[in-house]
Design a protein around this ligand. Structure first.
Ligand SMILES: NC(=O)c1ccc[n+]([C@@H]2O[C@H](COP(=O)([O-])OP(=O)(O)OC[C@H]3O[C@@H](n4cnc5c(N)ncnc54)[C@H](O)[C@@H]3O)[C@@H](O)[C@H]2O)c1
Length: 389
């Protein structure tokens, strides 16, 4: 079998997570025919450092060059948000298997052609919705599907981070609407909305939403900022024009209601995804701050329902033989979950089967909901979603 090269496009914070996961799993597939070929970044030092760290063969500063390389067959798009659609479309057109970071696009209008192109393409593609592989989330989904919680009534999903809480963090593409789209909403709310859809299905309407910018301007950096890192600041400030906090109230197609909130200025919350699901017969809840288990309370007719703990199990969905320590209650963290997703993506490529657990369509459907939340916050009125089109 000819060797197929893997390329990472964008060697910033999340490019490293992709590189690490490919390093961990690539050898298991295609009879060992996958190779770690290229790390691409417009900043050559970042590309070289990442390539050296995870053993990629070469570097490039041009994503066009990477897509033109016949030896590259698999591409991870880890660029800033405004480049996702163009590079993903071009990768699909070049016949590459492609995994695009979230958000798939800055808005649903831009996401739709990617969805159509992916549907028509003869290659495997997906949107990075890594949190779907958290054992607790996957297990809660199974419990809902099995009817254990009864009829879905309400879900709340909070995604709270404090990466932007420090006003001395440099200005970057993240704080500009035409580069990043909505701020916390698109950066973090994308995961929160996907988690809601994962558990409760399609969203039919955003009933209302509120947006806040709490730090109105930031200093431009003098050096290169990677991810949410500090660098030396200039004296010049730039206006922030996208949300630091966004919250929305939604109605699902199944009649249930949901509350979703994303914040990048929630002091003390490093990376907190917290979910609570209520059905007619029970409640399940989980937070990434306590990743070893979820809690469930079920009415059994004998009195008040109490919460019981359900630990991670090696038998949890997505975990299986991939857990480094396959033992009950051993926590499964962010990096492992990320690896499970890359493993699933490579498995789909290997089997020639669609990557359905975080598809490009899921990226488009999330974009429809995110657009509606954004719009509802501006017009201060409900927005319906054409979720079946
Ligand atoms: N799935 C997750 O959990 C998760 C977590 C963090 C970030 N992300 C997503 O990943 C994407 C990247 O975020 P990040 O935090 O890694 O950002 P980052 O700023 O750290 O990295 C982006 C990299 O892209 C490079 N780049 C920019 N334009 C380029 C071009 N034209 N050609 C080549 N390289 C170019 C930059 O030099 C930078 O190194 C974002 O869309 C973000 O939403 C996802």
């Amino acid at each position: 079998m000819p060797k197929m090269g893997i390329a990472i496009i964008g060697a910033g914070m999340i490019g490293a997570a992709h590189a690490s996961a490919y390093r961990q799993f690539a050898h298991r597939f295609s009879g060992g025919a996958l190779r770690l070929r290229t790390v691409c970044d417009m900043n050559p030092k970042l590309a070289q450092d990442l390539a050296d760290k995870f053993g990629f063969e070469g570097v490039s500063s041009s994503w066009e060059e990477v897509l033109a390389d016949p030896e590259v067959g698999v591409v991870s798009v880890c660029l800033p948000n405004m480049l996702h659609t163009e590079v993903t479309m071009r990768a699909l057109a070049a016949g590459k298997h492609v995994l695009c970071e979230k958000p798939l696009a800055l808005n649903a209008d831009d996401a739709r052609p990617v969805h159509e192109a992916a549907r028509a393409a003869d290659c495997i593609s997906g949107t990075v919705f890594n949190y779907r592989r958290i054992p607790a989330l996957a297990q809660i989904k199974q419990r809902i599907a099995a009817g254990d919680l009864g009829k879905p009534v309400q879900i709340s999903v909070l995604f709270q981070c404090d990466y932007a809480a420090d006003p001395l963090l440099p200005y970057s593409w993240r704080y500009k609407f035409d580069k990043a789209g909505p701020g916390a909403l698109l950066d973090l709310g994308t995961h929160a909305v996907d988690a809601m859809r994962f558990l409760f299905g399609d969203v039919a309407e955003v009933v209302g939403a509120a947006s806040t910018i709490s730090i109105g301007e930031r200093y431009l950096p003098l050096g290169t900022a990677v991810g949410h890192g500090h660098v030396e600041l200039s004296k010049k400030k730039e206006k922030v024009d996208n949300d630091d906090v966004m919250s929305g109230l939604v109605r699902f197609a199944n009649g249930a209601q949901g509350y979703v909130s994303a914040s990048r200025v929630a002091v003390g919350s490093g990376n907190r995804l917290a979910i609570e699901v209520h059905g007619t017969k029970g409640t399940a809840r989980f937070s990434t701050e306590q990743p070893s288990h979820y809690e469930i309370a079920l009415m059994d007719g004998t009195g008040p329902a109490n919460f019981a703990r359900v630990p991670n199990r090696p038998s949890s969905p997505s975990v299986g033989a991939l857990a480094a320590v396959p033992h009950d209650l051993v926590s499964i963290g962010y990096a492992e979950v990320f690896g499970f997703m890359i493993h699933e993506f490579l498995s789909a490529i290997d089997a020639g089967k669609p990557f359905e657990n975080g598809s490009i369509e899921d990226g488009y459907r999330a974009a429809q909901v995110l657009d509606a939340i954004q719009q509802a916050s501006v017009i201060n009125a409900p927005v319906r979603i054409n979720w079946q089109d």
